[in-house]
Design a protein around this ligand. Structure first.
Ligand code: FAD
Length: 340
């Protein structure tokens, strides 16, 4: 779509990732400028909202967008798929592409009970807070005992992005209301230290509070008749994989390519799944030990983690260790789609 240069321009400007101690001193740092390829901070770091705006602006004149409505009923009919919206509007389409993210409701309408989520034992909250003069352009990551972590990331909007995470089995907290989720976080992080008091204070006033217990979407199939899943709705890999946006954009491209190549929708969907499965399975293959290692229980465990990251960030091994955070991935051969 010719948007790469614009996406790079709209990047967050994050210069690297540092693991910090309670007094703010750094235990380890990985700078983008010192790493070949992607490390904990990738070459392209763009906020989801900025990316969505970029794609929307490029597509809005050719595609019809209906905001504030959602699908409540889907029926396969002869040579088409019929959709009913909550507003009462209806329409018949050649194909229904479901791209509603991890908690997709239409996925449950079309594929009831087929998703077997893989829970990742990590509960996270993510929200925007005011920036202070001390905030630099690094992603600063702080570990507190009790398997908790707190991080701050820069953006280009004059604010900062805060994340709180706790390594624990999912216990339904993702379904609580926002008030209860915030009370839980206030309680859980009260004694965490570092910048946490400021983050908890700002959490009360934030406008974009996000809270979830991370789980991967595991679907045995991605299509049924004229309906097909893509992006997180089909295969959410969770933020731990650091590849969800890449998979979503690649999936849309491959689906468009296969629809352009095929004579029938079912044929296109089958080819799309064949092309995407290896990349998705590789992206979802995060060992559960990863988040556990990054969230130690004790102060000693945190010192060991910092020692390991400090060694990994040293010059001779830095490029190799940065790959632990990004990995080479399995790419789809996009030259298959010259017509897209
Ligand atoms: C905290 C966090 C950090 C992340 N960090 C990274 C990262 O560093 N790198 C990376 O590549 N990925 C990252 N991800 C993952 C990435 O954000 C997702 O993989 C990506 O956004 C998936 O895109 P999507 O379009 O499939 O779904 P989404 O971005 O979830 O978009 C789905 C859209 O559908 C809408 N919707 C939902 N239900 C309906 C309905 N019934 N009708 C109509 N619309 C509906 C939603 O409002 C939403 O706008 C992160 C995710 C989180 C939560």
């Amino acid at each position: 779509m010719g948007l790469e240069a614009e996406a790079l321009k709209k990047g967050t400007g994050e210069e690297g990732t540092a693991w910090v101690n309670a007094d703010g001193s750094e235990a380890a740092r990985f700078l983008v400028s010192e790493i070949e390829g992607d490390g904990p901070t990738a070459e392209m770091e763009i906020l989801r909202g900025d990316l969505a705006r970029l794609l929307y602006d490029a597509a809005r004149h050719d595609a019809r967008f209906r905001f504030g409505d959602h699908i409540v009923r889907v029926d396969e009919i002869d040579q088409a798929i019929s959709v009913t919206f909550a507003s009462g509007a209806t329409g018949d389409f050649d194909a229904l592409i479901i791209a509603e993210g991890v908690g997709s409701g239409t996925r449950e309408l079309v594929f009831p009970g087929e998703n077997e989520p893989r829970w990742m034992d990590l509960t996270i909250a993510y929200f925007t807070i005011p920036r202070t003069p001390d905030d630099d352009r690094m992603w600063r990551w702080y570990n507190a005992p009790g398997k908790r972590s707190v991080s701050l990331r820069p953006d280009r909007h004059g604010t900062a992005r805060a994340m709180l995470s706790i390594f624990k089995e999912a216990d339904g907290a993702q379904d609580w209301n926002t008030k209860r989720q915030k009370a839980f976080l206030r309680d859980c992080f009260a004694d965490a230290g570092w910048e946490t008091p400021r983050i908890l204070e700002a959490m009360d006033h934030t406008e974009d509070f996000y809270f979830d217990a991370l789980r991967q979407v595991k679907m045995p199939r991605w299509s049924s008749g004229r309906a097909v899943l893509t992006g997180d709705a089909a295969w959410c890999a969770t933020p731990l994989a650091g590849i969800g946006a890449t998979l979503a954009v690649t999936g849309a491209y491959v689906l468009a390519g296969e629809l352009a190549r095929a004579d029938a929708v079912a044929e296109a969907f089958a080819a799309y799944e064949t092309q995407m499965r290896p990349m998705v399975e590789y992206g979802q293959g995060i060992p559960k030990i990863g988040p556990r290692l990054m969230h130690p229980q004790t102060r000693l465990g945190i010192r060991l983690l910092h020692g390991m990251l400090g060694l990994a960030s040293l010059d001779p091994v830095r490029n190799l260790s940065a790959k632990m955070f990004s990995g080479p991935g399995k790419e789809v051969d996009l030259s298959r789609y010259p017509e897209v």
